[in-house]
Design a binder for this molecule. Structure first.
Ligand SMILES: NC(=O)c1ccc[n+]([C@@H]2O[C@H](COP(=O)([O-])OP(=O)(O)OC[C@H]3O[C@@H](n4cnc5c(N)ncnc54)[C@H](OP(=O)(O)O)[C@@H]3O)[C@@H](O)[C@H]2O)c1
Length: 299
């Protein structure tokens, strides 16, 4: 990859963004932008003018948007902000990517699906989000697809890791504090380590910008790619695997979703098929247990 490529990374403190900040370094000049960090360029995605000025100033070859409004339950109330960050900002980024001949890399969610299927969702399956977060993310995906820019949307699920706020860190903390955890066991999905999402993004970009790929093929490659760890589980089993390494592992009791009411409805099944990614780029993430073991061994 040409080391002069300019990569604008939006969010370098979120779960995926923090890992991308490290993982993208070998690929070019990484320009980090974040709404919190004072040491990097400030960017609030609810401010369209700021987005336009940033792209104008840096003229990146690649825009990687790892930012999103991810508070699934809060989004039911904060619909306006969720739409601004997850739908309107990606639309602006896609339009700017098109104008500037840049590649847009963006992330989508398994929560665009209603969970009625019982076999892994394909990229071609029709979304039908059950909650506001899913609706806002789907609107972002659709705006990017309609923009005519070159893009990669990596659709992932149940993201966890060592940075930010997530189920993995919450269970690790609760496992030290409590003797018993009651965890939902009837939602099925694939936990995916944020570090692997970042590594996979870097691998794909490194392939795309290698001499064997010509820029003309970008429009053929543009699309949604499911990107999750392999296998499937439920939140209760995931919690068991995380907490069993605690000094005094708590009892983990399975409960139905109905016993844990939340403002946002979740799909009961949201496993994604990674076949398209494997066929296009020859890349595959490990099974979720393998990934979790590695993540846990880094504690
Ligand atoms: N988390 C999951 O389980 C999950 C599952 C499927 C797909 N995804 C997708 O994967 C991608 C990465 O998610 P993640 O788990 O890394 O999320 P995350 O840890 O919540 O990080 C999101 C980042 O976006 C930033 N952000 C939010 N509003 C912003 C704004 N107005 N302007 C600028 N930055 C803003 C956040 O900043 P603050 O910290 O200041 O809010 C944070 O740095 C997202 O597209 C998400 O939808 C996530």
């Amino acid at each position: 990859m040409n080391s002069k490529k300019k990569i604008l990374l939006i969010s370098c403190t979120g779960q995926v963004g923090a890992e991308l900040w490290r993982g993208l370094q070998p690929l070019g000049e990484v320009i980090p932008a974040d709404q919190n960090l004072t040491t990097v360029t400030r960017l609030d995605l609810t401010n369209p003018q700021q987005i336009r000025e940033l792209i104008q100033q840096f003229k990146p070859n690649i825009i990687v948007n790892a930012a999103a409004y991810t508070a699934v339950d809060k989004a039911e109330q904060d619909q306006h902000i969720a739409m601004a960050v997850n739908a309107i900002a990606p639309q602006i980024l896609a339009d700017l990517a098109k104008q500037n001949d840049a590649l847009l890399v963006h992330y989508s969610t398994d929560y665009v699906f209603d969970g009625i299927k019982r076999t892994p969702y394909l990229e071609t399956d029709t979304p039908n989000p059950l909650n506001m977060y899913g609706k806002s993310k789907l609107a972002g995906d659709q705006a990017i697809q309609a923009s005519g820019c070159n893009y990669l949307i990596f659709r992932t699920s149940w993201v966890y890791g060592r940075y930010g706020q997530n189920f993995f860190l919450t269970i690790q903390r609760l496992a030290k504090e409590r003797e018993e955890l009651r965890i939902v066991a009837d939602q099925i999905g694939s936990p995916t380590w944020s570090r692997l999402i970042a590594d996979m993004t870097a691998q794909v970009l490194s392939q795309l910008y290698s001499p064997r790929f010509k820029k003309e093929i970008f429009s053929d490659i543009s699309g949604i790619y499911n990107l999750t760890c392999g296998g499937q589980t439920n939140w209760c089993e995931f919690a068991q695997r995380i907490s069993e390494r605690a000094p005094k592992p708590p009892r983990v009791i399975p409960i139905p979703t109905a016993d844990y009411p939340a403002p946002a409805k979740r799909p009961l099944y949201s496993v994604l098929s990674n076949e398209k990614l494997a066929q296009t780029f020859g890349l595959e993430l490990p099974n979720w247990q393998e990934a979790l073991n590695i993540c846990l061994s880094r504690s």
